[in-house]
Design a protein around this ligand. Structure first.
Ligand code: PLP
Length: 290
């Protein structure tokens, strides 16, 4: 049986004087949200998923700063990152020691009409990602939006990590119907974007590229960390818009994310890509903080 998840509620998430402590452990098995919480009724809120490996959170600072940016984009009250950091540490400390934890930090717009956000942190043992870390088959699926969405339609919140992931999860189900494991979203003007929960990394010779943020993808914490490692090893890194055909013709491609970490793409729409198992292992060790 897997370890018991840990829930920490954060009523003091905006730093405003909440009644009592700004955060406290709560009963994970008990009901905690009301039926009028806008996170539930509208998916109106933001979140982060942070990986904790052998007790050490990876990229917590970048995750919390991205949460603050998402809050700004949604015009939510600014979260107090110091309070969240302390609440996060409590959730990790209270959890049984396991090699890999997946910790969600969630903030919703709160109960309708109150303007008071609801926030919590939930730590649970990660899924076993060993199969995906060896390789995944990916379907290229349209996101139905152009690569100019950020400039054209900022109200669509492309690049914010909102709770409205039903479409992303539906795309993964479509990929599974097609016999694949995951998705590479493609813009209506024909560019590879990101996965439903991951960032695209592509190798072009000794250069490694990811999708430009201007195309409406989430600013990934893993790709930033991988770019630091690659730059230190003398490789060139940068942003470049690529078509799925260019990804297929590349020297390797991966989907990066904070708990699965690194998944090399073995096939895109059934066509094979080169896989460098040794480099993948190095990326995994780096992202795990080893
Ligand atoms: N893109 C999307 C849409 C995501 O949901 C995620 C992860 O949650 C990522 C990219 C990868 O981000 P990170 O590397 O910070 O986990």
């Amino acid at each position: 049986m897997s370890a018991q998840p840990v829930l920490v509620l954060v009523p003091g998430v905006t730093g405003a004087s909440a009644d009592g402590a700004p955060f406290a452990r709560a009963d994970e098995a008990a009901a905690q949200l009301t039926v009028i919480d806008l996170g539930v009724t509208r998916g109106d809120g933001i979140f982060e998923t942070v990986g904790v490996f052998d007790g050490a959170p990876q990229n917590l600072g970048p995750h919390l700063r991205r949460l603050a940016r998402s809050a700004e984009m949604l015009e939510l009250p600014a979260p107090d990152l110091g309070i969240l950091e302390e609440a996060f540490a409590l959730a990790v400390a209270e959890h049984e020691d396991v090699p890999e934890l997946s910790v969600r930090v969630v903030m919703t717009r709160g109960d309708e009409g109150t303007g008071v956000p609801t926030a919590w942190i939930h730590a649970r043992e990660s899924a076993d990602w060993s199969r995906e870390r060896a390789g995944i088959r990916v379907s290229a699926l349209s996101r139905g939006l152009p690569s100019t969405v950020v400039a054209d339609s900022p109200w669509l919140l492309a690049g914010a990590k909102t709770l409205s992931y039903a479409g992303n999860m539906s795309a993964v189900r479509e990929a599974k119907r097609r016999g694949d494991d995951d998705v590479l979203f493609v813009s209506t003007d024909g560019y590879a974007l990101e996965g439903p929960t991951s960032t695209l990394l592509v190798r072009l010779g000794e250069t490694f590229v990811t999708t430009p943020l201007s195309a409406g993808v989430l600013q990934g914490t893993c790709v930033a960390s991988v770019f630091e490692m690659l730059a230190a090893a003398g490789r060139t890194t940068g942003e470049k818009l690529l078509t799925p055909a260019e990804v297929l013709a590349s020297d390797g491609a991966w989907l990066l994310s904070s708990t699965r970490l690194v998944a090399p793409i073995t096939h895109l729409d059934g066509q094979e890509l080169p896989v460098d198992a040794e480099l993948t292992a190095r990326l995994l060790a780096h992202l795990r903080g080893a």
